[in-house]
Design a protein around this ligand. Structure first.
Ligand code: HEM
Length: 447
């Protein structure tokens, strides 16, 4: 039976804390822990006070807590995006059942089948995308990364390859994600309409538009006799629960929107950070280029390269795009000796875990070599969360990061404008489900 210690004090002046977290998420968490120790409370709009830890011991306790005592916090700020049936929001037997339905779509062999698609999406962006990659031009890395990851997710999930359907999906998804801006995420009070003119109205229209596309696709695919499970939608349509029943169209719609929301911005943000750090660390970039130059051409060869792997891990360590992992408890538990009453929420702050001084030497520095010297355990490095809710798309994200980076760096040479090459790193701010650089990071195309 763990010994309980007195609960730390929740922060006062809550609106100022919410503002500080919105302005720089990672720095806010470091500051909170420095003042309050570990574990410590942070308040989020709509959640009340959450008891956070950022240590390996705390991560172990949170990931190993009994799954049947845990559920996602409700109301959840991303519910308007993903919908009530989303895997992210369900718990208990329903969550287990839906994970069994979705997980096969992300297993090894299937993911490897997406290798060429990922490479083609990257080359297409360079050769035929909206951005010009001629030497001397400047590219917006966020726009490029979003465009590539959106294409991958559209093709892998919906089988959308080219033509008008791709144009329609791209426009609908972009509007849907952009319309759910930071203020709507952070301030539930703003989620109401005002004669069609409020940000919420714009979001609702965008969601309805995307849903019409998804439901039309579902109807069309169900109407054809041929079972095509080369994409995730086809796989979901051909799968049944253990009792022989199938998910309803509304449930499928929520899972498909979940995959879009969870799988697009997260991977795009990591790509931007990887390019940014590599171009501020000439030795790391040189070493990676040398490794890529000596490697074979197949996506499987590229995905297995050790230094490329170290670069991707180091990027996710320094900037976990989903920086907090939350669990609401249905019965009292303790977290690092502090009692979490039933109905309260506990959380893991990944930026703290990933800079814990007992695990990481020189944690603030981008130093991929650390992953060649040592292996880190699931309670030391957890960019994909852990336990029974660990990210279902982690293998796809890992594979995608490696292949997009490898393909880009083999094809073009980029440089950071001097202001970005030397100045302070951009702040990390919440956007939809992910946090990322507060402004776009430009690159000059060198060759
Ligand atoms: C770099 C990219 C990504 C990162 C860092 C990331 C991170 C995470 C994290 C931290 C969680 C919460 C885990 C927990 O509660 O323990 C999560 C859950 C989830 N992710 Fe990802 N993710 C990424 C990409 C993707 C992709 C590509 C997909 C699918 C296309 C995806 C789908 C999901 C889903 C469906 C969940 C909910 C799982 C559940 O509650 O059972 N993610 N992700």
């Amino acid at each position: 039976m763990p010994i309980e210690t007195a609960a730390p004090a929740p922060p006062r002046l809550f609106p100022l804390h919410a503002l500080a977290a919105g302005l720089d998420f990672e720095r806010y968490f470091r500051w909170r822990r420095a003042r309050a120790g570990d574990p410590f409370y942070v308040r989020f709009p709509g959640f009340g006070a959450v008891l956070f830890t950022g240590t390996p011991d705390g991560a172990r306790e949170l990931f190993r807590a009994q799954a049947n005592l845990l559920e996602p916090p409700r109301p959840n700020p991303i519910e308007p995006l993903v919908g009530p049936a989303s895997l992210i929001l369900t718990s208990g037997a329903r969550h287990r059942r839906d994970r069994t339905l979705l997980a096969p779509a992300f297993h090894g062999a299937r993911i490897r089948a997406y290798g060429e698609l990922i490479e083609a999406a990257t080359l297409d962006e360079i050769d035929g995308g909206a951005t010009s990659w001629r030497p001397g031009t400047r590219i917006d890395s966020r726009a490029v990364a979003r465009s590539i990851t959106l294409r991958v997710i559209m093709e892998a999930v919906f089988g959308v390859r080219a033509g008008e359907r791709r144009i329609a999906y791209t426009a609908a998804i972009t509007e849907f994600l952009t319309a759910f801006s930071g203020p709507l995420l952070l301030a539930p009070a703003l989620r109401r309409g005002a004669f069609g003119r409020a940000p919420w109205d714009r979001f609702v229209v965008a969601r309805e538009h995307l849903d019409r596309l998804i439901q039309a696709d579902l109807a069309e695919r169900k109407g054809t006799a041929r079972q095509d499970d080369s994409d995730i939608l086809g796989l979901l349509l051909s799968t049944r629960y253990d009792d022989g029943t199938a998910p309803t169209d509304a449930e499928l719609g929520d899972q498909l929107r979940t995959l879009l929301v969870a799988g697009h911005e997260t991977t795009a943000t990591s790509l931007v950070w990887a390019l940014y750090h590599l171009h501020r660390a000439p030795e790391a970039l040189r070493r990676l280029r040398a490794e890529l130059g000596a490697a074979g051409d197949s996506p499987t060869d590229l995905a297995g390269l050790p230094y490329l792997d170290a670069v991707c891990q180091e990027t996710l360590r320094l900037h976990p795009p989903v920086p907090i992992v939350l669990r609401r408890v249905t019965e009292p538990v303790t977290l690092r000796g502090v009692r979490v009453p039933a109905g309260d929420t506990m959380g893991l702050a990944l930026p703290l875990l990933h800079s814990d001084p007992d695990t990481w030497v020189d944690a603030a520095r981008f130093r991929p070599e650390r992953f060649l010297d040592r292996r880190y355990g699931p309670f030391e490095l957890a960019p994909y969360g852990g336990g029974h809710r660990r990210c279902v798309g982690a293998s796809l994200a890992d594979y995608e990061l490696r292949i997009v980076l490898a393909t880009l760096l083999r094809r073009v040479r980029l440089a950071l404008p001097s202001r970005y090459a030397r100045g302070r790193a951009p702040l990390s701010v919440p956007h939809n489900i992910a946090t990322g650089p507060h402004r776009s990071i430009p690159f000059d195309v060198v060759e």
